[in-house]
Design a protein around this ligand. Structure first.
Ligand code: IMP
Length: 346
C-alpha cells in the first residue's frame, strides 16, 4: 500500500517576496459570499461556548460572520437571531443539522432574520447531507446562502458544491477540542485538505475550519486557497462568548492573583452532549477552560493585523493576489523550533 504524505500548518512557511506595499492599511482583506461582501475573512464556529447573540453582533460590526449554534431549542435559536436582527446585524448565520426538525429550524431561523444557513455535521460527505441540501435549496430562494460541511477531500468538496452548497467547511479532525482522530482514526490535516479542495473548479467558497491557532495559521490557510477561516479556540474566552466566568486563585511570581476562565468545549464532548441531548453517543470532543481574553475586537484586530502583515511579506495587496503569489516551503523539525520563540531553550 502506498501511503500519501500530507502537511499541516506547522510543517510549512511562506517565503517572503519583493513588496511595494507602503501601508498595511492599503491591503484589502475583504471577501465575498454570494452577493454579500465581508470586510474580514473570519467566521466564528457554531459552538455553544463561542457563538450566540453577542458574538454575532460583534463579528458583524467588525465585518465578519457569526453562526449561532444549533444545540438549543428552535425557539431559543430564533430569539437570538431575532435580537441580532433588531440590533441591526446585517449578516446572521444559523446552524442546522440534517435530520429531525432541521427544516423547521431552518425556516424559523430564516423567518427570524438569518440570511446564511450552515448545515453543520461532523461528516459532511454523506447522503443525509445531499438530501438536506436538496431540500433546503428547494425551500429557500437564492438570497439565503448555504454553508455546508465538514469535509476533508476534493471529491467531497465538489459533491457538496454540486448538491447546492454556496460555501463548504473544510477540515476534519483538526479542531483544538476535537478527539475524532483519536476516537476514529480518521481525518486529514486541515491545511492539506485546504490545499486539495482549493483545486476545485466549482464556485463554492472554501472555509478552512479546525486547528487554526495563530494569525500565522490564518495567513497559511488563506494563502493555500481558503476564502474564510472559521475560528473556535482563537475566539473562545472573549467577552462575547456565552458562558459563566470561573475565577480561581493562582500564584504568579510568588503572589496570589485571581485568574478568570471560561469553558470552551467540543460539541461532541461528554459535557456538551449531556447538556444538549441528555445522554452521550459517540464522544469525539473534549471540554476545557481557557483564560478570559477581553473583547473579541482585540483578538480579531490582532488576527487581521497578522494577516495584513503576512500579505505584505508576500507582496500581495488582496487575497486573490496572495493565493496566486504565495510560495510555500516545507520546514524541518529544527526549523520548526527556530520558528517559534525559543529564548528559554538557549
Ligand atoms: P478550533 O478553532 O481549532 O478550536 O476548532 C473549531 C472547530 O472544531 C469547529 O469549527 C468545528 O468544526 C470543530 N468541532 C467543534 N466541536 C467538535 C467536537 O466535539 N469534535 C470534533 N470537532 C469539533
Amino acid at each position: 500500500m502506498k501511503i500519501k504524505e500530507t502537511i499541516s500548518f506547522d510543517d510549512v512557511l511562506i517565503v517572503p517576496q519583493f513588496s511595494q506595499i507602503d501601508s498595511r492599511k492599503s491591503i484589502d482583506i475583504s471577501v465575498n459570499l454570494g452577493l454579500e461582501n465581508f470586510e474580514i475573512p473570519i467566521v466564528s464556529s457554531p459552538m455553544d461556548t463561542v457563538t450566540e447573540l453577542e458574538m454575532i453582533c460583534a463579528l458583524d460590526a467588525l465585518g465578519g460572520l457569526g453562526i449561532v449554534h444549533r444545540y438549543n431549542t428552535i425557539a431559543n435559536q430564533s430569539k437570538i437571531i431575532h435580537s441580532a436582527h433588531n440590533r441591526g446585524a446585517k449578516n446572521i448565520g444559523a446552524a442546522v443539522g440534517v435530520s429531525g426538525d432541521y427544516l423547521d429550524r431552518a425556516k424559523a431561523c430564516v423567518m427570524a432574520g438569518s440570511n446564511i444557513l450552515c448545515v453543520d455535521i461532523a461528516h459532511g460527505h454523506h447522503s443525509m447531507m445531499k438530501n438536506a441540501l436538496k431540500c433546503l435549496k428547494s425551500t429557500f430562494d437564492a438570497s439565503i446562502k448555504i454553508i455546508a460541511g465538514n469535509v476533508a477531500t476534493l471529491e467531497a468538496f465538489n459533491d457538496l458544491s454540486d448538491w447546492g452548497a454556496d460555501a463548504v467547511r473544510v477540515g476534519i479532525g483538526g479542531g483544538s477540542i476535537c478527539s475524532t482522530r483519536i476516537q476514529t482514526g480518521h481525518g486529514v490535516p486541515t491545511l492539506q485538505s485546504v490545499i486539495e479542495c482549493s483545486a476545485s473548479d466549482r464556485d463554492a467558497i472554501l472555509i478552512a475550519d479546525g486547528g487554526i491557532k495563530t494569525s500565522g495559521d490564518v495567513v497559511k490557510a488563506i494563502a493555500a486557497g481558503a476564502d474564510f477561516v472559521m475560528l473556535g479556540s482563537m475566539l473562545s474566552g472573549t467577552d462575547e462568548t456565552p458562558g459563566e466566568i470561573l475565577t480561581t486563585p493562582e500564584v504568579v511570581d510568588g503572589k496570589q492573583v485571581f485568574v478568570n476562565y471560561k469553558t470552551y468545549r467540543g460539541m461532541a464532548s461528554v459535557e456538551a452532549q449531556i447538556d444538549w441531548r441528555g445522554h452521550t453517543a459517540s464522544v469525539e470532543g473534549v471540554s476545557s477552560v481557557v483564560k478570559c481574553k477581553g473583547p473579541v475586537k482585540n483578538v480579531v484586530n490582532s488576527v487581521t493585523r497578522g494577516l495584513r502583515s503576512g500579505m505584505s511579506y508576500s507582496g500581495a495587496t488582496n487575497i486573490t493576489e496572495l493565493q496566486s503569489k504565495a510560495k510555500f516551503i516545507k520546514q524541518s523539525t529544527s526549523s520548526q523550533i527556530e520558528s517559534s520563540t525559543h529564548i528559554n531553550l538557549l
